[in-house]
Write a protein that binds this ligand. Sequence first.
Ligand code: NAD
Length: 387
Amino acid sequence: MAKEKRIIRFGVIGCGLMGKEFASAAARWCHLTDVAFEPRITAVCDANPAATEWFVDNVPSVARAYSDYQELLANPEVDAVYCAVPHNLHRQIYVDIIRSGKHLLGEKPFGIDRAANREIAQALAEHPDVIVRCSSEFPFYPGAQQIVNWVNEGRFGRIIEVEAGFWHSSDLDPTKPINWKRRIATNGEYGCMGDLGMHVLHLPMRFGWKPKSVRALLSKIVPERPDGRGGMVPCETWDNAILACDVETADQRFPMVLSTKRIAPGHANTWFIRIQGTEFSAEFTTKNPKQVASLPYAPGGVQAWHVVDAPYKSAYGTITGGIFEFGFSDSILQMWAAFCDELVGRDGMSQPFRCATPEEAAGSHLVFTAALESERTGNTIAIDWEV
Ligand SMILES: NC(=O)c1ccc[n+]([C@@H]2O[C@H](COP(=O)([O-])OP(=O)(O)OC[C@H]3O[C@@H](n4cnc5c(N)ncnc54)[C@H](O)[C@@H]3O)[C@@H](O)[C@H]2O)c1
């Protein structure tokens, strides 16, 4: 007989693109083997009632659909919330979720700016029993997990440099209509950094690679976009960002180049990390999701890249055979498994890689805020991690 699973009753606030991804992950929970927990979406909320219809039609466990999130928070049949709304709403809604005592997986960037992020952190400090994590799925790719293991094993020797990025290209098309992600009021001053940057910083933050300074080059490439009603409107946000960071750890100092690009021709959802070291180098990119490249080196030895098709070896076991490939929706499923595992097991998770923490999200805000100042002044900006 199958083991009885602990059911976690979820509410979803924001039933758009990402809200549906969660519903789909929850619907194929049977994909995971040996997990002692399972999410069940019991309530949904969207300011636009039409957005909740898809959930009512497709998710049989949904008993209530709301247009006011306060009603969802008052529902005792909800233990935890996934919140995926535009960035200008993060502060108010995340703070209210935390104060309601419900656990939260919130979407990045965890507040439209640093002030909003601090208010969320303050609410969490007042409610330490609530588990709060920030959505970031790419490190759950098997190739990325392999790199995490290599870093944890201290394989790299002295780090020469690190490069990490997240690149898209659909904005190269000037006829693509404007949406909330291209407006400062809804997406924030950070622009592409707020939209894509937490994905890029998740692993560096986890490894303790905190930049002590940053020099940023931000670019706006497409100045206006169709408004969808026959006119044109300003496209206000930064399209691309390149951040040159100076990282200092207890025993190392090395350059780290982070990039978030909405306009990287030919790239659709390309997340990557490259670490070069004196004893070992490694690289993983979702462009080639099966492949992990590594180069072990001993003094005087051959410098040869080894490229292997990584087996489907995820943080949480699945029914998928090791010979098959891993994809975006698998990374979402794995992230959800990690969140539910932590809700149930707290410090006793069944594998060690947890979702991005509020502290890691706060670190990303420090970097993005310094990057904006660097762009404004043309200077390299020191980052104070003690604040
Ligand atoms: N993890 C990822 O890979 C990933 C990918 C895309 C977006 N995101 C993040 O997810 C969040 C949402 O992005 P999206 O692409 O799903 O956006 P979306 O526009 O598809 O969905 C947002 C939804 O929020 C709803 N909404 C607006 N105001 C609301 C309110 N007051 N109460 C309830 N619902 C409200 C909208 O009606 C809409 O349905 C953002 O924080 C974004 O950065 C994450």
